[in-house]
Design a protein. Structure first.
Length: 464
């Protein structure tokens, strides 16, 4: 079967796109992308071309751009070209050149898919293209690229998902040549007398992918001559394994994860029984910005005291009694907020809390419901600021018997909407203040108090 026949069969079997879809081909000018252009042309697909000039190789970059423009003339199609300040972007964002180039090109490709692509295609009025089409980006990644990606992911420790290599289809991005090895593509180029340009940087081993391509894989082939075929087969197996893996993880998540607003609550008693523990923890936390290296920190957190936590750029994982709580770093989105002893101001959904510590006796103790005047000797940090829960109780100021919060709210004639807005502050598993309502009698200021904590609630117009 010819490469063209395999190409068409692969598209049909995997239902990658339809005959009347508009295709944007990412073309560098190298052999792979030139072959992709010719295959799409011979298969009768309608396509336009996008070329990125990263301005990293001087005159060679300009040569590549001019060559791709000529391809547009050859195939009578539109060519989009974008020049990027790649080095400047990498420096400003403190990332590698490779990462910078990837971010820049895919952001531009996304813009093209949303706007200009298709404007250069000529379709007769009665053509299917004139009334219906989808847009897709095609890249010329092939089997050898996939092998390199698999090995790099393996050594980086990306887990099962990384062992799938490059996905054939992700949203609007399609790689229809992943079935073909580099030698097959070069044979097709030779058979069709296709011209292409060489990227001189491909010979340099300073880039990770080039090192794998030029050094590591050839060395392995000396011991295992069939390594490329074996790894291509393994990628298919790993993809199927990942399906089973994801199914198992979803079952564990359904048993463990309780979603409460913007937070995730996980009962420790159930989590301790889960196996394999580290893998399950990682799959739960990774979508909240936590790395695989933080999995051990979470395991350690399970046996720590209440109030301990670890952070990612966007979330915190907090140990609270018999629960792990994954909460947003942004307090305005969280319903479980830690208050450390050094904190002086806490913003949250209902307003702002101002905290003040003092060892000076007050002439007059504040009596406003919006100020909690507390004996700091009885308080243990960190405190938890959170929404109240059914079944909880406290000792209302002036009472020696405990009362359920729900009963207290009935006595206060709180409506259902009022109760939904009520927060509490907890210290060492005890509620010390129903925020804006009543403190707990066990934490009131007495004649023996010599260490004071004042917490003021500021709402609405009174907020700074």
């Amino acid at each position: 079967m010819s490469l063209l026949q395999q190409f068409i069969k692969n598209i049909q079997q995997q239902n990658l796109f339809q005959k009347n879809d508009l295709l944007l081909l990412a073309v560098s000018g190298g052999a792979d992308s030139v072959a992709l252009c010719e295959l799409c042309f011979q298969a009768g697909f309608h396509f336009e071309i996008a070329h990125c000039n990263f301005q990293l190789r001087g005159e060679e970059s300009e040569r590549d751009e001019n060559f791709v423009r000529q391809l547009g003339e050859k195939y009578w199609t539109k060519v989009f070209v974008k020049k990027f300040e790649t080095k400047k972007y990498a420096e400003e964002n403190k990332i590698s050149i490779q990462v910078a180039a990837r971010e820049l090109r895919y952001e531009w490709f996304d813009d093209l898919l949303k706007s200009e692509i298709g404007s250069g295609l000529l379709a007769p009025e009665n053509s299917p293209l004139s009334f219906h089409h989808s847009k897709f980006l095609l890249t010329a990644h092939h089997a050898n690229d996939n092998i390199e990606t698999l090995l790099m992911n393996f050594f980086k420790g990306t887990g099962i998902k990384g062992l799938q290599g490059i996905l054939t289809k992700q949203w609007k991005v399609i790689r229809p040549l992943l079935f073909a090895k580099k030698e097959e593509i070069l044979a097709f180029v030779d058979e069709n007398n296709l011209e292409f340009v060489e990227d001189s940087s491909n010979a340099s081993d300073k880039y990770t992918r080039n090192y794998f391509r030029n050094q590591l894989i050839p060395s392995i082939q000396k011991v295992f001559p069939q390594v490329e075929d074996n790894l291509v087969n393994n990628i298919e197996r790993f993809s199927e394994i990942d399906v089973l893996y994801c199914q198992a993880i979803e079952l564990h998540k359904k048993k463990l994860v309780e979603k409460k607003g913007n937070e995730i609550h996980i009962p420790l008693l159930k989590l301790f029984k889960a196996r394999p523990l580290k893998t399950i923890i990682y799959e739960i936390i990774n979508e909240f910005g936590f790395s695989s290296h933080q999995t051990d920190e979470v395991v350690h957190l399970l046996n720590s005291e209440s109030g301990k936590y670890i952070s990612s750029p966007t979330h915190k994982i907090i140990k609270n009694r018999n629960w792990l709580i994954i909460a947003p770093q942004n307090n305005l989105e969280a319903t479980t907020i830690l208050i450390d002893e050094k904190d002086r101001e806490i913003n949250f959904e209902e307003g702002k809390l101002m905290l003040k510590h003092s060892n000076l006796k007050q002439d007059k103790i504040p009596t406003s419901n919006f100020i909690a005047a507390l004996d700091a000797r009885e308080i243990e940090f960190p405190l938890f600021l959170r929404k109240w829960k059914q079944g909880e109780h406290f000792y209302p100021l002036g009472m020696q018997k405990k009362k359920k919060l729900s009963k207290f709210f009935i006595d206060q004639k709180k409506s259902l909407s009022d109760k939904e807005k009520i927060w509490v502050i907890e210290s060492n598993k005890k509620i010390i203040w129903i925020v804006g309502e009543r403190i707990d009698d066990r934490f009131k200021i007495t004649d023996r108090t010599n260490n004071f904590l004042f917490i003021e609630l500021i709402r609405g117009k009174n907020m700074m």
